[in-house]
Design a protein around this ligand. Structure first.
Ligand SMILES: [Zn+2]
Length: 385
């Protein structure tokens, strides 16, 4: 099914490219939709695949083209939609969700149209109501269902906390907690490194450094082992972030967090062709980027869980939050001494990241008090301050 839908996607893209290049004609999605109907009558292989999955491939092409033209209009220089290689096509979409891809949670069985019943290894009851997918990842198959989750407000705790993105740790809370995501990462990193070395030892390269034994079964197995080791590490990290986010959301009614534009930050690190960023590849920068990526994920999880629990998220201006004293408000770059914060004005000392979290907490409190209905309904809201 993956092969057929991928070949179909590529053929439909080819048709659009050729028509435009040779005749200056734009082929519409509607036109290709009816062509697909004709093709299914002629080609048994295409007909054997569930129609909805083929429509989804066409829809994916439609979206890719739309995105391309939208960016052209804005004066950008986007790349033309590309043909999909084997490695870049790993999911089948069922736009009608569980009406097509039926999931019997009692028996742990999935009915895949055109394939039959498949046992599901780990499943949970899903209130499916949207689209569904079958995803192939590192040699395993997954079934995904889009669903809506009801809001279940958590009991009020009467607390407000601030969270700061740390320099050495992932995040610090105003309650003095430091959330590290590297402590357990080390263990996995050595495992990943071992698989990486193993793969390298099985790889043959030509003079230009290109791999010449891509199809070697032993090498392919090593590639898979490395991918799985990386996946396990990412799973562990995500699981940990889920737990920490859940804990934070449970502990406070209002969470103050820095309003960050992560995209703008990565852009500034990379620089532009005119003004390339410096030390982009430096190791510290790399660690930093990893921390940032994890923080982005962490922030998103906190947002999702806060929404589900009807908690309030207040996004505050993070400027100088690491240089400001949380007790007296004095701002000085020299108050920060590595991991310690020591106020030059009043002598207050604390862990630098915890101090910053306290500053963020203070700013969140101020932003809330300025709202007209301060402290009324515990509704999830994004407050810009
Ligand atoms: Zn001070």
């Amino acid at each position: 099914m993956l092969d057929v839908t991928r070949e179909l996607y590529n053929a439909l893209l080819q048709e659009r490219r050729d028509a435009y290049r040779d005749r200056g004609i734009t082929i519409s999605t509607r036109q290709q939709y009816s062509e697909l109907t004709g093709l299914r009558k002629e080609d048994a292989r295409v007909a054997a695949v569930y129609r909805e999955c083929e429509d989804a491939a066409l829809h994916r092409l439609h979206l890719a083209m739309q995105a391309f033209f939208r960016r052209m209009k804005r004066g950008e220089t986007p790349g033309y939609p590309r043909f999909k290689g084997y490695a870049r096509w790993n999911q089948l979409e069922f736009s009608h969700g569980d009406r097509a891809l039926r999931f019997d949670t009692l028996q742990g069985r999935l009915t895949v149209p055109g394939v039959g019943r498949v046992n599901v290894r780990k499943g949970r009851v899903v209130p499916a109501c949207g689209r569904a997918w079958i995803v192939a990842k590192n040699g395993r198959w997954y079934a995904c269902f889009e669903c809506e989750r009801a809001e279940t407000p958590l009991p009020a705790t009467g607390t407000l906390i601030g969270i700061d993105r740390g320099v050495h740790v992932l995040a610090a809370t105003s309650q003095g907690e430091l959330i590290d995501n590297r402590a357990f990462g080390e263990r996995y990193r050595s495992r990943v490194a071992r698989h990486q070395r193993n793969l390298e030892s099985l790889t043959l390269r030509d003079n230009a450094g290109r791999v010449c034994n891509r199809r070697d079964p032993a090498r392919k197995a090593a590639v898979l082992r490395l991918a799985r080791a990386k996946e396990r590490e990412a799973n562990r990290r995500r699981d940990y972030l889920h737990k920490m986010a859940r804990k934070l959301v449970r502990s406070a009614d209002v969470i103050g967090i820095e309003a960050l534009n992560l995209r703008a930050m990565t852009r500034s690190a990379k620089g532009t062709p005119e003004q390339p960023g410096r030390n982009v590849a430096a190791k510290s920068g790399l660690n930093r980027a990893m921390l940032d990526a994890s923080f982005g994920q962490f922030e998103r999880l906190i947002g999702e869980k806060a929404e589900e629990a009807a908690r309030t998220i207040v996004r505050v201006d993070p400027r100088f939050s690491s240089q400001e004293c949380s007790r007296c408000g004095h701002v000085a770059a020299r108050s920060r001494r590595r991991r310690r914060f020591c106020c030059l004005s009043c002598g207050y000392t604390n862990h630098a990241d915890v101090n910053a979290a306290l500053v963020i907490r203070g700013r969140a409190q101020l932003a809330l008090s300025r709202l007209p209905d301060a402290g009324a309904e515990p509704v999830m809201q994004h407050v810009a301050a």
